[in-house]
Design a protein around this ligand. Structure first.
Ligand code: NAD
Length: 491
């Protein structure tokens, strides 16, 4: 059997530590439970050296490169990434268990577009503003923050790495990126791509490891901004770590956290479209999407027809090897995560006493055959049920009914989360009125789960603070304003 070579951090200065001196973890293939990779965690020395290197590299990256020169480099990175699409896709499928068709059609093109979009942004947005004040004048420049850190989740590893690093680098910062310990490959490939495109060493570095590596980045007084994607629980830990470190330095932090989003089908909706939307909002990426519309509120007049069509179409889903082009649902990312999802299905059946209409079972009993589940549809759900309140992050849909618009808005907003919401209706006035009243960072009308780079992305309440993507939002998130007042009179 061939020996699996451990993946190591992509940092400017290699600190020579033998594998025995830092933790080395095995990762398992979700389709057969065989070792897929080993990763060697960055040591505290690696992290400190990388931060130091990121600091000197950032100064040169900003000082010695005009926005246009940085733009050319990022644009080149976008082309290289597209050229390496097959390789990236294969790694991303193996790491996440998500299907090849999704990653090829969404993740890789979206990552390339994101690089391209931010390549040109600073030339447009960092010119700042000019103000006449009495007889004098002032201008506001937008300047880089300095060293930034990105910490990613495992469901969209490439997109996490690109959505954080593209605007950060483009506005003249450097970045230390820590991917999820489950999905290290795409961030390492991205580091190669940046290097090939001409990003100087030290400007983008990848540190491998678990939460302890992330925690060191959050606590570092040399890092001016942390952009985090992950669970609410970890987000809260980050706030504590940051608060404790705040006596050394103040820094910015954005938190992109979990959700339990409402998906609302009004009585005037196109029912087939609504079924398609509900499936997209629950089964895409094997149900492992932060913004999934897992609380499906269907008007009581449509309930029976909706459930019938939903079950009928869900049964047709092709579950299997995510590397096959026609597979629609792959395995859960890990054995642990599969067990977490199964645990919620048990809670739904036995504690909540919701009605399991379809699915919620392992496809194969042996781990060697993969961590596959059938999508679970629960009906007769009520707002107080655990499966309706808590984020499952797997294929578990809770279906609830309602009678009128005011009621559904009130119940949709009765959650600790505020990431996303969906409305299916053919009444245009109602659609905008409802969008106005829903407390969420992203609202879709007659569609679901679309996140184009042009639109700011993020949540409110426990779903997080700050925004990713967008133009002005990104400029504010990844730069700081500097006001320069110019006196034209004697004082
Ligand atoms: P997680 O919180 O377990 O881990 C996320 C990252 O945080 C990992 O890189 C992990 O190593 C790191 N980490 C863990 N403990 C840490 C600590 N104490 N200090 C610093 N870093 C630490 O989340 P996950 O299981 O990887 O991802 C699933 C969660 O992410 C879900 O809740 C999902 O909703 C959320 N998510 C949100 C978005 C969004 O845009 N809002 C996108 C994707 C995923």
């Amino acid at each position: 059997m061939s020996k699996v070579q451990a993946l190591t951090s992509h940092i400017k200065s290699k600190i020579s530590k033998s594998a025995s001196q830092s933790s080395c973890y095995s990762l398992y293939n979700a389709t057969n439970n065989k070792t897929r990779d080993k990763i060697q965690f960055a040591t505290p020395e690696d992290i400190q050296q990388a931060i130091q290197d990121a600091s000197s590299a950032q100064e040169r990256w900003h000082r010695d490169h005009t926005p246009t020169q940085r733009s050319e480099i990022l644009q080149k990175a976008s082309y290289i990434l597209t050229g390496r699409s097959d390789e990236i896709t294969a790694h991303e499928v193996k790491d996440t268990g998500r299907t090849i068709s999704e990653i090829k059609s969404y993740d890789v093109p979206a990552a390339s577009r994101c690089l391209s979009y931010y390549a040109n942004m600073p030339s447009i947005l960092s010119n700042g503003t000019y103000h006449d004040i009495d007889h004098s004048f002032a201008y506001v420049k937008r300047e880089p923050i300095g060293v930034t850190a990105g910490i990613g989740a495992w469901n969209y590893p490439l997109m996490n790495a690109v959505a954080k690093s593209a605007p950060s680098l483009s506005f003249g910062n450097s970045m230390l990126f820590k991917p999820s310990e489950l999905t290290p490959n795409s961030a390492l490939i991205l580091a190669d791509i940046y290097e090939e495109a001409g990003v100087p060493p030290g400007v983008f570095q990848v540190l491998l490891g678990d939460g302890s590596v992330g925690a060191e980045l959050v606590a570092s007084p040399s890092i001016g901004k942390v952009s985090f994607t992950g669970s609410v629980e970890t987000g809260k830990k980050l706030c504590q770590i940051k608060a404790a470190a705040e006596s050394n330095n103040f820094s910015k932090m954005t938190l992109e956290l979990g959700g339990k989003s409402p998906f609302i089908i009004m009585e005037d909706a196109d029912l087939d479209q609504a079924v398609t939307g509900a499936m997209q909002a629950n089964w895409y990426s094997n149900g492992q999407v932060c913004s999934n519309g897992t609380r499906v509120f269907v008007h009581e007049s449509l309930k029976d027809e909706f459930l019938e069509r939903l079950v009928e179409r869900t049964k047709l889903f092709k579950i299997g090897d995510p590397m096959q082009e026609d597979t629609e649902v792959g395995p859960m990312v890990s054995e642990n995560h599969m067990n977490d999802v199964l645990n919620y299905i048990e809670i739904g059946k036995n504690a909540d006493k919701a009605q399991l209409l379809y699915g919620g079972e392992r496809v194969f009993s042996s781990l060697e055959d993969g961590f596959y589940l059938t999508p679970a549809i629960f009906s007769n759900c009520t707002d107080d049920m655990k499966i309706v309140q808590e984020e499952v992050f797997g294929m578990l849909m809770s279906v609830l009914t309602f009678q009128d618009e005011d009621e559904v808005i009130r119940r949709a907003n009765a959650t600790q989360f505020g990431l996303a919401a969906g409305i299916f209706t053919n009444d245009i006035k109602r659609a905008h009125r409802m969008a106005n009243h829903l407390k969420a960072g992203n609202v879709w009308i007659n569609n679901y789960n679309l996140g184009p780079v042009e639109l700011p992305w993020g949540g409110c309440k426990h779903s997080g603070v700050g925004r990713e993507n967008g133009s002005y939002d990104a400029a504010f998130e990844w730069t700081m304003g500097k006001s320069v007042y110019v006196e034209m009179d004697d004082i």
